[in-house]
Design a binder for this molecule. Structure first.
Ligand SMILES: [Zn+2]
Ligand SMILES: [Zn+2]
Length: 352
């Protein structure tokens, strides 16, 4: 069984997952994508449902004439980092804290066709993906052992994907991930001082300045953060204050799909189909924890859900690992300008 282990020196958690053990050769340079070439061998394709673990959730096909029963389909990862069975045991091991690796690790297949990527979907199809994300978060929150549901997407081998068929993943954990906990704390501290949402303040400032805004719609803004860690890092935020993606209505999801699709297509043209990671940051599971130092009583006012997208076009090296700084050769103002000027259909001149 896997474990979450805490290091008191680095203040970091790691998931030690022996089930996902690789053979030494697999640690070498990432090879070509291991996706099967033919739809018959694609485990995520319609007709191959028995190649995956049992279905947890699905949405019916938007166009059943295309030969698939489902549009979006969710099942447990065959090689999970965390497993859903068992009690959460929290114990100290000498200096170190250890929490049993209870959690959920699910795969969300985003469309029936093996050869289409998220950027190829229509707005209606992408809305279905977001509807599935929302439904899985709502469902997993009923499990009081789990404190956070992180939804993420790895696109391309360099970004960690092992199958090309468009999919996102979800990992639900019995602790709040460190990066999210840090964001929650910054937002709460800002709210306590100013009684305003840090993210709403950021949106207002960035929209006024304009230089780091990549895409702007009535409902959402996509911007390059001031201290972008990596080239073309982009955050998508709803303009109207909202702490929890799980409470977004269908109109909010449509607005999100429109701006996400626009961003993905601009990036595809600009950076020539880059590998990327996409994550959803939303409020933690609202299970009350009496006496716990983390206080979520103001979270509806102080946190603001958002998507973060990072193209994986640069590598971490020794300095980054050793210092925690990243070296970003592309100023966010320049990235935002390139994105504003990029072809929304994903063609046109590319950045190099
Ligand atoms: Zn806000
Ligand atoms: Zn975030």
């Amino acid at each position: 069984m896997s474990e979450l282990r805490y290091c008191p020196i680095t203040n970091r958690w790691a998931i030690i997952a022996p089930e996902r053990r690789l053979r030494p050769l697999e640690f070498l340079v990432p090879g070509p994508s291991r996706s099967p070439a033919s739809p018959e061998l694609d485990p995520f394709a319609p007709g191959n449902e028995d190649l995956t673990t049992p279905e947890i959730f699905s949405l019916p096909a938007l166009d059943p004439a295309k030969g698939s029963r489902w549009q979006v389909r969710v099942f447990a990862n065959r090689f999970p980092a965390l497993r859903v069975e068992g009690e959460v045991v929290r114990e100290g091991v000498g200096l170190n804290d250890c929490v049993s690796g209870v959690g959920a690790h699910e795969v969300i297949v985003e469309c029936p066709e093996p050869s289409r990527e998220m950027a190829d979907l229509s707005v209606d199809e992408l809305v279905q993906v977001l509807v599935a994300w929302r439904a899985r978060i709502v469902d997993l929150r009923r499990d009081t052992r789990l404190r956070y549901v992180l939804i993420f997407k790895n696109r391309g081998t360099e970004a960690g994907a092992s199958i090309d068929h468009a999919h996102s993943q979800l990992i639900a954990t019995p602790i709040i991930p460190s990066l999210v906990a840090q964001e929650l704390k910054s937002a709460r501290d800002h709210f306590r001082r100013k009684e305003r949402c840090l993210f709403c303040d950021l949106i207002q400032q960035e929209v006024e300045l304009g230089a780091r805004v990549a895409i702007s719609t009535d409902s959402h803004v996509a911007l390059a953060p001031y201290a972008s860690a990596l080239p073309f890092e982009t955050w998508i935020l709803p303009r109207r204050h909202a702490h929890d993606f799980a409470r977004a209505d269908d109109g909010d999801l449509r607005g999100t799909a429109i701006v996400l699709l626009d961003l993905l297509r601009r990036l595809r043209g600009l950076l020539q189909d880059p590998p990327y990671n996409l994550v959803l940051h939303t409020a933690p599971s609202p299970h009350p924890r009496p006496g716990h130092p983390d206080d979520w009583s103001t979270i509806e006012h102080d946190y603001h859900w958002h998507l973060e997208l990072v193209p994986r076009i640069s590598r971490r090296a020794g300095f980054e690992w050793g210092s925690g700084y990243t070296i970003n050769p592309t100023a966010p103002e320049e990235a935002a300008r390139f994105l504003r000027e990029a072809d929304p259909d994903g063609a046109g001149p590319s950045y190099s």
